[in-house]
Design a protein around this ligand. Structure first.
Ligand SMILES: NC(=O)c1ccc[n+]([C@@H]2O[C@H](COP(=O)([O-])OP(=O)(O)OC[C@H]3O[C@@H](n4cnc5c(N)ncnc54)[C@H](OP(=O)(O)O)[C@@H]3O)[C@@H](O)[C@H]2O)c1
Length: 261
């Protein structure tokens, strides 16, 4: 039986582009997101274009019971997973105290809890099989605090830190862990977060999903620890190390206020 790459948030945006880039290489896929119709349509399209096996599984990652159910199903089915891509994620934007708590909670459930539980559950399966790879999707937001998107930035700092920690821990078990840190990428993310990114629309700052996915897949093949697509994003990610912390906070806050109201 061929081994599958499980990709969360694979029905749109960066996750869909990652799925296509892997399908192009002949990788079998297990696509996960909430919207079953979207997943079904994407699966048919990829099977037609690339001739690969594509399974789908609808799962709301903000619901812990559904995440547990997904992991249990994988354990019982013995479906071999050679690559886990924890890509699903969302952002809340605007003043922290003005957010609905349900939205903040959903963000943390998906960006942090589901991602960690999938690393734990599927990492365990990989350790019992013949190893594997995990790619967690963070952001350049992971490298600094981000006023007016404080919980989103903090969630991505968690993803970066967890991934680097697990990379060292899981290496002896034959599991390679990498983390992808994209900068602004043209997807539905900003609309879902209620952000207006028109000031950087069409600028070199805004990358295309296929470009991000191409760089991610190359980085995975080279087993890079941290994959940051694009030179500009590499500079942005590195800059907090060379600036005083108070300035980093102020700059990030000023930038975010351009996009959130
Ligand atoms: N776009 C950017 O500028 C950018 C920059 C840096 C990092 N990132 C990160 O990249 C990742 C992908 O973002 P994107 O820009 O591609 O966003 P997107 O276009 O909004 O796509 C998000 C994907 O996640 C799925 N998803 C959302 N909530 C979910 C839930 N509760 N359970 C299961 N699946 C869920 C969505 O499908 P359903 O709605 O069908 O569930 C969709 O497939 C995120 O982790 C994001 O933080 C994005």
């Amino acid at each position: 039986m061929s081994a599958y790459a499980l990709i969360t948030g694979a029905s749109a945006g960066i996750g869909l582009a990652l799925a296509e880039a892997l399908a192009r290489q002949g990788q079998s896929l297990l696509l996960v997101a909430r919207n079953k119709e979207h997943l079904h349509a994407q699966a048919l399209e990829m099977q037609r274009r690339f001739g690969v096996e594509v399974l789908i599984r609808a799962c709301d990652l903000s619901k812990p019971l559904q995440v547990t159910g997904l992991i249990q199903e994988l354990e019982e089915s013995n479906l071999p997973i050679n690559l886990l891509i924890n890509n699903a994620g969302l952002g809340t934007a605007g003043p922290f105290l003005a957010q609905e708590w349900a939205d903040e909670k959903q963000e943390l459930e998906v960006n942090i809890l589901a991602l960690t539980q999938l690393c734990h559950g599927i990492g365990g399966l990989m350790a019992r099989q013949q190893g594997g790879k995990i790619l967690n999707v963070a952001s350049i937001a992971a490298f600094q605090p981000g006023p007016w998107m404080s919980s989103y930035y903090a969630s991505k700092a968690y993803v970066l830190s967890l991934s680097e920690g697990l990379r060292e821990e899981l290496k002896p078990l034959g599991i390679d862990v990498s983390v992808l840190c994209p900068g602004p990428t043209r997807t539905e993310f900003f609309d879902r977060a209620g952000m207006d990114v028109s000031p950087i629309e069409g600028s070199p700052l805004m990358m295309r999903t296929d470009h991000v996915a191409q760089i991610a897949v190359k980085g995975l093949a080279k087993n890079r620890a941290i994959i940051t697509p694009g030179l500009l994003n590499c500079l942005i990610a590195a800059s907090p190390r060379f600036s005083p912390r108070w300035l980093v906070r102020k700059m990030a806050g000023r930038l975010n206020r351009m996009f959130v109201h």
